[in-house]
Design a protein around this ligand. Structure first.
Ligand code: C5P
Length: 410
């Protein structure tokens, strides 16, 4: 057997439908292609198939409950979600699909789906009339919008005697869909090949004296996610990072800086050798007019005035380069009037595109793992809904590449 899934970690969640008996065969098919398979059984799945069967075919302990201390001690639900390279839900009942569409997390399966960054494949299985129901159709459409991969369902005779669409796709067809996904990359994923890209990320830190500084809450996660994905997709990436505690993504050239002036210098040099520049850094607008050489001491006064001067606008300088100007993309982090301010910055900084980022919501933006942006360029706009910064980075890069390619062809 060809090891098409060698070393892939596959988390298979089984929910309660008659097709659950086929999930043992599915597990065996995945395992014989080299995958390591771990299985989650919902309560109702256990009415159709036992943990013992699934343990025997997967060769791994089976997880059945969110709140089982012994299972959590072996591999907790978050660990399980992080462990997976691929997450398959087969069979996925109408009820599970509805819960996933709502983002619910009331059992082990749904909690792991929310907690994973793996690609999630859903193989619906239900009565044909339930599948036709408008509520189910809407839920499946929502899952597609949220980047779930839907496999099937197949058509034919059903356990209840009905005939129609709703049978779980055959295990071998599910395996084929996974293999195809692993082998094929969407066309745009190869298109960064040979393109040079500079990204600024993180905050800058402006010294007040030898022990104090002015900075902001930027974590650098968005810029690092962009750098990681672009490198995976073939770009030559230079990442100019302010002070952050993040690992350098594979294949990325990283230049560490502290202050806006240092970032400015590094960015101009790198931008002149880049075809695309993305300014994701939260650059401090002001720095001390003069950094105190000694630690400032408390005085008898209640007020302390610091004199600040404006930092160079890095991205505006890049966008104004008269020679070797890259396609320039900025970020606008705002707490109000998001789109208006972003459009203003697109024009005033002479950018080619801007990612408008609402940072008033603590669930997204600064320091969070989630983000949502609206991309704005002179001829168009595209809202990208809240999702992980990695997933968002893929979408942002897709649109940047599209506009960059149009501009270079024009
Ligand atoms: O003006 P504002 O700081 O909101 O603009 C945000 C955009 O400008 C971001 O892309 C940021 O990286 C960039 N910027 C810059 N240099 C500055 C200030 C902001 O490159 N001094």
């Amino acid at each position: 057997m060809q090891q098409t899934l060698a070393n892939k970690r596959i988390l298979l969640a089984v929910s309660g439908g008659i097709a659950a008996y086929k999930s043992a065969d599915l597990t065996r098919r995945l395992a014989e292609r080299g995958a390591e398979v771990r299985v989650i059984l919902t309560d109702s799945a256990q009415q159709f198939i036992t943990p013992l069967t699934m343990q025997a075919v997967s060769g791994n302990p089976v997880s059945t409950s969110l709140l089982d201390p012994s299972a959590e001690a072996a591999m907790g639900h978050i660990e399980l979600a992080k462990w997976a390279d691929i997450f398959i839900i087969a069979p996925a009942t109408a009820n599970v699909i509805a819960k996933l569409a709502q983002g619910m997390a009331d059992d082990l399966l749904t909690t792991c789906v929310l907690a994973t960054t793996a690609n999630v494949f859903v193989a619906p299985a239900m009565n044909q009339q339930m599948y036709k129901n408008i509520a189910t159709r809407k839920n499946i459409a929502t899952l597609k919008e949220h980047n779930f991969h839907i496999i099937g369902p197949a058509s034919g005779e059903q356990a209840c005697g009905d005939v129609g669409l709703g049978r779980m796709e055959e295990p071998l067809n599910i395996v084929a869909a996974i293999e195809q996904f692993m082998a094929a990359k969407p066309a745009y994923q190869q298109h960064w090949q040979g393109i040079s890209l500079t990204i600024t990320a993180g905050p800058t830190r402006e010294a007040i004296d030898p022990v104090r500084y002015i900075s902001n809450h930027s974590s650098g996660k968005m810029g690092f996610a962009l750098a990681a994905i672009a490198a995976q997709q073939g770009a030559t990436v230079t990442l100019i990072a302010g002070p952050v505690s993040l690992a350098t993504p594979a294949g990325v050239k990283r230049i560490d800086v502290i202050s806006a002036e240092q970032m400015h210098q590094a960015a101009i040099a790198a931008a002149q050798n880049s075809q695309v520049f993305i300014g994701c850094a939260a650059v401090a607008d002001y720095r001390m007019a003069k950094v105190a050489e000694q630690k400032l001491k408390k005085t008898g006064n209640d007020d302390l005035n610091l004199q600040l001067v404006k930092n160079p606008d890095i991205i505006a300088s890049v966008a104004s380069l008269s020679q070797q100007r890259p396609f320039t993309v900025g970020f606008a982090a705002e707490t109000h009037n998001l789109l208006d301010y972003a459009r203003g910055k697109l024009a005033s900084k002479k950018l080619d595109m801007i990612c408008a980022n609402d940072v008033s919501d603590p669930e997204q933006g600064f320091n969070s793992d989630q983000n949502a942006v609206t991309l704005i360029w002179p001829q168009g706009e595209q809202a990208l809904p809240a999702q992980s910064k990695t997933a968002l980075a893929q979408q942002i890069l897709h649109h940047v590449l599209q506009q960059f390619t149009l501009q270079t062809k024009a």
